[in-house]
Design a protein around this ligand. Structure first.
Ligand code: ZN
Length: 84
Protein backbone atom coordinates (compact mmCIF):
# COMPACT_ATOMS: atom_id res chain seq x y z
CA UNK A 1 0.00 0.00 0.00
CA UNK A 2 2.77 2.46 0.94
CA UNK A 3 4.71 1.65 -2.23
CA UNK A 4 1.57 2.28 -4.28
CA UNK A 5 1.23 5.79 -2.77
CA UNK A 6 4.93 6.46 -3.31
CA UNK A 7 4.57 5.37 -6.92
CA UNK A 8 1.58 7.68 -7.43
CA UNK A 9 3.48 10.60 -5.87
CA UNK A 10 6.38 9.95 -8.21
CA UNK A 11 4.04 9.97 -11.20
CA UNK A 12 2.41 13.24 -10.08
CA UNK A 13 5.84 14.81 -9.47
CA UNK A 14 6.90 13.70 -12.94
CA UNK A 15 3.84 15.29 -14.53
CA UNK A 16 4.36 18.56 -12.63
CA UNK A 17 8.03 18.65 -13.65
CA UNK A 18 7.13 17.97 -17.26
CA UNK A 19 4.73 20.92 -17.41
CA UNK A 20 7.18 23.22 -15.63
CA UNK A 21 9.87 22.42 -18.19
CA UNK A 22 7.40 23.00 -21.00
CA UNK A 23 6.47 26.43 -19.56
CA UNK A 24 10.13 27.33 -19.17
CA UNK A 25 10.81 26.45 -22.80
CA UNK A 26 7.89 28.61 -23.92
CA UNK A 27 9.16 31.56 -21.87
CA UNK A 28 12.66 31.15 -23.36
CA UNK A 29 11.19 31.03 -26.84
CA UNK A 30 9.16 34.18 -26.22
CA UNK A 31 12.18 36.12 -24.95
CA UNK A 32 14.19 35.03 -28.00
CA UNK A 33 11.42 36.31 -30.27
CA UNK A 34 11.48 39.64 -28.47
CA UNK A 35 15.24 39.94 -29.01
CA UNK A 36 14.83 39.17 -32.71
CA UNK A 37 12.01 41.69 -33.05
CA UNK A 38 14.24 44.60 -31.99
CA UNK A 39 16.19 45.93 -34.95
CA UNK A 40 19.51 47.69 -34.50
CA UNK A 41 19.96 51.03 -36.30
CA UNK A 42 23.13 53.01 -36.71
CA UNK A 43 23.43 56.48 -35.26
CA UNK A 44 24.74 58.52 -38.24
CA UNK A 45 26.36 61.08 -35.93
CA UNK A 46 28.55 58.97 -33.62
CA UNK A 47 28.26 55.60 -35.38
CA UNK A 48 26.95 53.61 -32.41
CA UNK A 49 24.12 51.12 -32.77
CA UNK A 50 20.77 51.78 -31.15
CA UNK A 51 17.50 49.85 -30.90
CA UNK A 52 14.76 51.01 -33.26
CA UNK A 53 12.51 51.45 -30.22
CA UNK A 54 14.61 54.42 -29.09
CA UNK A 55 12.85 57.73 -28.44
CA UNK A 56 15.69 59.61 -30.16
CA UNK A 57 14.60 59.54 -33.78
CA UNK A 58 13.94 62.01 -36.56
CA UNK A 59 11.90 61.57 -39.71
CA UNK A 60 13.41 63.31 -42.72
CA UNK A 61 12.46 62.87 -46.39
CA UNK A 62 10.34 59.79 -45.49
CA UNK A 63 13.33 58.13 -43.85
CA UNK A 64 13.67 57.63 -40.11
CA UNK A 65 17.06 58.33 -38.50
CA UNK A 66 17.94 56.88 -35.12
CA UNK A 67 20.23 58.32 -32.46
CA UNK A 68 21.76 57.23 -29.17
CA UNK A 69 21.01 60.49 -27.38
CA UNK A 70 19.37 63.90 -27.60
CA UNK A 71 22.82 65.36 -28.29
CA UNK A 72 23.31 63.32 -31.49
CA UNK A 73 19.73 63.97 -32.54
CA UNK A 74 20.16 67.73 -32.14
CA UNK A 75 23.46 67.66 -34.05
CA UNK A 76 21.72 65.88 -36.92
CA UNK A 77 18.83 68.36 -36.96
CA UNK A 78 21.28 71.32 -36.86
CA UNK A 79 23.30 69.88 -39.74
CA UNK A 80 20.23 69.41 -41.93
CA UNK A 81 18.45 72.66 -41.10
CA UNK A 82 21.61 74.75 -41.75
CA UNK A 83 21.97 73.32 -45.26
CA UNK A 84 18.48 74.23 -46.41
ZN1 ZN B 1 25.24 59.01 -30.89
Amino acid sequence: MVTKIAFLLAVVAGIVLFFRMKDKKQIEKQSNDTINAVEMKQDSICGSFVEDTTKYKVKLHDKIYYFCSDECKNKFIEKHTNNS
